[in-house]
Design a protein around this ligand. Structure first.
Ligand code: ADP
Length: 182
């Protein structure tokens, strides 16, 4: 059973690798960013609450993503394994996830940290051209990452089942490293 938590800055390649592994392993790719963007597009209650935070590059309030993850991990397809991409993004979310996974008896296999230098991240995100990928919003997202999400590296390192991989290589070479964990 493969259950991965992907950690890493915006642009580190988590989504790209999650899509590859999800096809290979037939387990869902659970991306809070994708779910929130779909909610914004559909103008659901969640999307309407989340939009302004996302446009600024701020984290949306914890309660919104916590509810979303709890519901998502209870779906039938998630009983076969999963890749979490974009959650958790701060210590409060990580503590919630620890409790949830123990409640639903779904221990994770590995936390995988994608390491990529900042200047590479900015170049990749500018190239991607999503609505929230303007230079000033990107810089703000990286600041939010450093302040709120990067502390999770120490949080998870101390819990074992933690792997750091070099994300500044060709996507297929990153995939080779990830396959070793399956
Ligand atoms: P990126 O590809 O830049 O890492 P994501 O697609 O994961 O970005 O997320 C886009 C935006 O969605 C974030 O900037 C944030 O506003 C919101 N978001 C996604 N996941 C979370 C989360 N776990 N907690 C709070 N906000 C989140």
């Amino acid at each position: 059973m493969a259950r991965f938590i992907f950690l890493g800055a915006p642009g580190a390649g988590k989504g790209t690798q999650a899509k590859i592994l999800t096809d290979l392993l037939r387990i869902p790719h659970i991306s809070t960013g994708d779910i929130l963007r779909a909610s914004v597009a559909e103008k659901t209650a969640l999307g309407l609450k989340a939009q302004a935070y996302m446009d600024r590059g701020d984290l949306v309030p914890d309660q919104l993503v916590i509810d979303l993850i709890r519901e998502r991990l209870e779906q039938p397809d998630a009983q076969l394994g999963w890749i979490l991409d974009g959650f958790p993004r701060n210590v409060a979310q990580a503590e919630f996830l620890d409790n949830l996974l123990s409640d639903i008896e779904q221990p994770y296999s590995y936390t995988v940290n994608f390491e990529v230098p900042d200047e590479v991240l900015v170049a990749r995100l500018l190239g991607r051209g999503r609505k929230d990928d303007t230079e000033s919003v990107i810089r703000h997202r990286l600041k939010v990452y450093r302040e709120q999400t990067a502390p999770l590296i120490d949080f998870y390192r101390s819990q074992q089942k933690f792997v750091s991989i070099n994300g500044d290589v060709l996507p297929e070479d990153v995939t080779v490293e990830l396959k070793k964990l399956v």
